[in-house]
Design a protein around this ligand. Structure first.
Ligand code: FEO
Length: 172
């Protein structure tokens, strides 16, 4: 049986992952609205990845005999000044999520919940990738300039990102 404090913290993290998914879906809509389907595709894949993150926490909590409590998901921004502003926000958001994951690890250590600490290591590694992939697009937009043919080229590149469904999301 999982510690009450950890149950509450994981429930908050499920909400944060669902918020992330909602945020990236809003960014997807924004990119469709300014005719950048490749950028929209990238964000759409990110939306799906965040749902996978939420479900990993969901299934883990259930597998430890915990109770998942779904709370309202906060509203998200709906428009940005430029493609660069979108990716800067995405990068900042991922840095914030890294902080949340680190706090969960701190709690697991504090209450000697070794199983949860081990489970969380996947997310610790995932956040390195999450930050790097958002920052990679920020750097590209800054370097190439977020306009005209450079924007078109980046859009074509981001169109190639594909979602890979996890082999298994339901804990045994
Ligand atoms: Fe669920 Fe983008 O971290």
């Amino acid at each position: 049986m999982i510690h009450e404090k950890m149950q509450q913290a994981i429930n908050e993290q499920i909400n944060a992952e669902l918020y992330s998914s909602y945020l990236y879906l809003s960014m997807t809509s924004f990119f469709y609205s300014i005719n950048l389907p490749g950028f929209a595709n990238w964000m759409r894949v990110q939306t799906q990845e965040e749902l996978v993150h939420a479900m990993k926490f969901y299934d883990y909590l259930a597998s430890r005999g915990g109770r998942v409590i779904l709370k309202p998901v906060e509203g998200v921004p709906t428009s940005w000044e430029s493609p660069l502003a979108v990716f800067e926000d995405a990068y900042k958001h991922e840095q914030k999520v890294t902080g949340l994951i680190n706090k969960l690890v701190d709690l697991a250590i504090e209450i000697s919940d070794h199983a949860t600490n081990t489970f969380l290591q996947w997310f610790v590694n995932e956040q390195v990738e999450e930050e790097a992939s958002a920052d990679g697009v920020v750097q590209k937009l800054r370097l190439m300039g977020g306009q005209g043919s450079a924007l078109f080229m980046i859009d074509q590149e981001l169109a190639t990102r594909m979602f890979t469904p996890p082999a298994k999301t339901r804990a045994a």
